[in-house]
Ligand binder design. Structure first.
Ligand SMILES: Nc1nc2c(c(=O)[nH]1)N[C@H]1C(S)=C(S)[C@@H](COP(=O)(O)OP(=O)(O)OC[C@H]3O[C@@H](n4cnc5c(=O)[nH]c(N)nc54)[C@H](O)[C@@H]3O)O[C@H]1N2
Ligand SMILES: Nc1nc2c(c(=O)[nH]1)N[C@H]1C(S)=C(S)[C@@H](COP(=O)(O)OP(=O)(O)OC[C@H]3O[C@@H](n4cnc5c(=O)[nH]c(N)nc54)[C@H](O)[C@@H]3O)O[C@H]1N2
Ligand code: SF4
Ligand SMILES: [Mo]
Length: 728
């Protein structure tokens, strides 16, 4: 590996001159390598320039083999978030009603705040048992240390409810586990060798930017690129072909394509016989899936499906990059299974650049389970609670009820489905809520105690990636603002205040990183020297499953999986239709299907309050096909209320032929407290599980839009947000 001589290795501790009250008073300037912490498959290595303890410049690291230099637009402005005037710098305790905002809070010392947290948790334990405590966390940082170690460890030791972390990839994980034995697939850098690339429900230019140059390289070598997406995204527009199925019908499309491959003589029978189970059963089922049926189910022209099937049948290698957005429908498990089955039928895993890839996580040997539940630390049995059901859990579904909620690395008041009920649950008087945050979010509005957390330049973390094969170490190199502390340290303090004295609850961040790396082919020391390393044992450009050897017990991929019958899922690869989209009665009342994919300048709800990012996103909009807008007498910019039986949100109409007739879209993860009417798209999304994995169904939603008075779009922005904008 080559290194830029301009880049100094980072040290574990910040420059002494940077410490508040430090006695050395000289100006220091150094550039350090670190990792972008965001929930993005790319996990970029970055170069952070620090001057006198403060982060002053950020750029991509050109030497990184996958991310190769440029950061994305939103993270080019990451220092707005780090150095923003709105960073939380002190613990805050509630003095007024819930749901109002910072006016209901006063600053407190760490001792007082942590004392309150311990007392609140202790009251729940004494009254309702430890299972009535629910930790709620997700991928605000993808870091294993600040995300998935000390916090979950503390709650496991207490016997709190165990969080099923389903909000994003549960259906895909379950499906990948069923078919391939884990979250594995083709080697992402090998895509340059593909002759046909299918970007299936994946908007690379917004959400997996650094895969795109590899796709372009393949194209220069003659590859043809097809995007399968109900919307003409930028990625679709820049592909050679765009296929726009109805949302939630991907399994039907995959079955039709497999049938066409079979009819065209493109099935690799020898490879199927050697390396899969269930091919005879699937072949029989494909008899029921002529392209005409698939096309009708997907709302596509028969010739489009036939031609794509023929192209796949004759093109080796074909690489299918599977996005995460397509799994936010009820039939997601079957959809991902069927898509993953397609390259098994064609034998594509035989070739570098062939096969399917949804997530690379299953290749990385990071030892998370053993860090959360170390063998030498007691962890009583506990019930599981599905995070995607938070609205229901907080409003009656949980028995016994949840009476303490500890939120970190997540903003469920904005991002969880059925927002009206989420907010009602969070408002409960008998719920004690603690939020660890970097800035004041929607969820902070409902907290009893808000604790200020550090950001990436200020803490240690370890990142594997779900889009490539490198693991990156990030060391603290700047001083945190005010009294902000790393999540890990906050949990160590809470454990101590609770009187818990197990030594595992005192492990340092470096201890945790070493434990996480126990099974990895790279040591903490090596990473401290090199920042990142390839950690999966899969060579660049290789075909890891050319000879089968999938991580299933017998090494075979599964087209038939009898274990799924336990979950009432068809053991054979097949099709589960969406729920709301396919409901004719509901369609009469709510004629529009609504999806809410990722916005380019946000990262879920992270950045939604920052002036630059909010400015690039613009106000919430609902994009309607021109004929849908015309049928309702709506013009571009008109104010509408988007509603169904669960709730509503206000938005401006964007008349947009990037979508199909009957399909509306908006971008996910605006903040309610900064939105007109204080609600977002998640006011209309449902608590409903995917067929496999218990994931959410954000895109399986029906709505209607109706005109609203224009003045309702004027947001009464809370004071602190207004102050922030004026500094832009
Ligand atoms: N800029 C930015 N990047 C992000 C995020 C962000 O919010 N902003 N979020 C991050 C997170 S948490 C995740 S999980 C990933 C998500 O990464 P992606 O999966 O790439 O992102 P999405 O935009 O959710 O969905 C991708 C595409 O799927 C399409 N889609 C929706 N329903 C269907 C369907 O039924 N079938 C098909 N074929 N396509 C469908 C959408 O129109 C969308 O264009 O991105 C990560 N990266
Ligand atoms: N309608 C709709 N809703 C969706 C989706 C959709 O497609 N449509 N997508 C869903 C998906 S894919 C996902 S992954 C979820 C994501 O939803 P969330 O998990 O809620 O993610 P974010 O909104 O990014 O919120 C993360 C928060 O963590 C904080 N944070 C970051 N790092 C740290 C840290 O080190 N310490 C602490 N204490 N806090 C930190 C950030 O400031 C931020 O407020 O949203 C889901 N919601
Ligand atoms: S969000 Fe993704 S693309 Fe952007 S800098 Fe972070 S890892 Fe790279
Ligand atoms: Mo996600």
């Amino acid at each position: 590996m080559s290194w830029s001589t301009l880049v100094s290795r980072t040290t574990a501790a910040p420059d002494p001159a940077a410490r508040p009250g430090g006695s050395i008073r000289r100006m220091s300037r150094a550039t350090h390598l670190g990792a972008c912490p965001l929930d993005c498959p790319d996990t970029c290595t970055w170069q952070l320039t620090v001057e006198d303890g403060r982060a002053v410049a950020l750029r991509g690291d050109r030497d990184h083999p996958f991310t190769r230099g440029a950061l994305c637009g939103k993270v080019n402005r990451y220092l707005d978030a780090v150095n923003g005037p709105d960073r939380l710098t002190q613990p805050m305790v509630r003095t007024g009603p819930k749901g109002v905002g910072p006016v209901s809070y006063r600053p407190a010392s760490w001792d007082e705040a942590v004392g309150r947290v311990a007392a609140g948790l202790r009251a729940t334990i004494d009254r309702d048992g430890p299972g009535a405590i629910l930790p709620y966390y997700f991928a605000g940082t993808m870091g294993h240390v600040q995300g998935w170690s000390m916090g979950p460890r503390l709650f496991a030791h207490l016997g709190s409810s165990r969080l099923q972390t389903t909000i994003c990839t549960a259906a895909a994980r379950a499906a990948l586990h069923s078919v391939y034995g884990g979250s594995v697939g083709f080697e992402p850098e090998s895509i340059v060798d593909a002759r046909l690339i299918v970007l299936w429900g994946a908007n690379l230019l917004s959400t997996n930017l650094h895969q795109w140059p590899f796709v372009q390289e393949a194209r220069q070598r003659g590859a043809y690129v097809v995007t399968i997406d109900p919307l003409r995204t930028d990625t679709a527009a820049r592909s050679d072909e765009h296929v726009a199925p109805l949302p939630g019908t991907d399994a039907a499309l995959a079955l039709g394509l497999m049938r066409q491959v079979l009819d065209a003589g493109g099935a690799d029978r020898a490879w199927l016989a050697a390396h899969t189970v269930g091919w005879p059963e699937l072949e029989a089922r494909l008899g029921e899936w002529p392209v005409e049926r698939a096309a009708a189910e997907c709302g596509l022209d028969v010739e489009v499906v036939r031609r794509l099937g023929e192209r796949i049948a004759r093109t080796r290698p074909t690489a299918i990059r599977v996005g995460l957005g397509l799994q936010r429908h009820h039939g997601a498990g079957q959809a991902i299974r069927a898509i993953c089955a397609l390259p098994l039928v064609t034998g594509d895993f035989r070739y570098p650049g062939g096969g399917a890839l949804c997530m690379t996580g299953g290749h990385h040997p990071v030892n998370e389970a053993a860090v959360v539940r170390p063998p030498d630390m007691p962890a009583p049995p506990a019930r599981s609670v599905n995070m995607s059901r938070l609205a229901a859990v907080l409003t009656g579904e949980a028995d016994p009820p949840v009476t303490s909620l500890v939120v970190f690395n997540a903003n469920p008041a904005a991002t969880a489905p059925d927002q009206t009920r989420v907010h009602a649950g969070l408002r409960r008087d008998d719920l004690f809520t603690v939020v660890l945050e970097q800035r004041w979010t929607d969820t902070c509005d409902f907290a009893d105690v808000v604790l200020p957390a550090t950001m990436q330049p200020e803490h240690l973390d370890l990142h594997s990636s779900y889009g490539h094969h490198y693991t990156t170490l990030n060391l603290p190199v700047t001083r945190a603002p005010g009294e902000a502390l790393p999540n890990t340290e906050i949990f160590r303090r809470i454990a101590a205040a609770l009187g818990l004295d197990h030594p595992r609850l005192r492990d340092s961040d470096e201890d945790l990183a070493r434990q996480l790396l126990r099974d990895a082919p790279v040591s903490f020391e090596e990473l401290r020297e090199r920042t990142y390393a390839r950690t999966t044992g899969v060579a660049v450009g290789s075909a890891p499953y050319a000879d089968g050897a999938f991580p299933t017990p017998d090494g075979r991929a599964r087209l038939l999986d009898p274990r799924l019958a336990r979950h009432s899922v068809d053991p054979l690869v097949g099709y589960t239709p969406p729920v709301e989209a396919a409901d004719p009665d509901l369609a009469r009342r709510f004629p529009l299907v609504l999806i809410a994919p990722a916005g380019r300048f946000l990262m879920n709800s992270t950045f939604a309050s920052l002036p630059w990012h909010a400015g690039r996103m613009g106000p919430p909009r609902v994009h309607l096909h021109p004929d849908d807008a015309a049928a309702r007498g709506l013009a571009d910019g008109d104010a509408v209320r988007v509603h169904n039986d669960r709730g509503s949100f206000l938005a401006a109409v964007a008349v947009d032929d990037a979508t199909r007739l009957g399909l509306a879209f908006t971008y996910k993860a605006y903040w309610a407290r900064l939105s007109p009417g204080r609600s977002t798209v998640n006011a209309v999304t449902a608590v409903r599980d995917t067929d496999l994995g218990g994931g959410p169904t954000f895109h399986d939603t029906r709505v209607e839009v109706e005109p609203a008075p224009a003045e309702l779009l004027q947001v009464d922005r809370p004071q602190e947000a207004a102050a922030e904008s004026s500094t832009a």
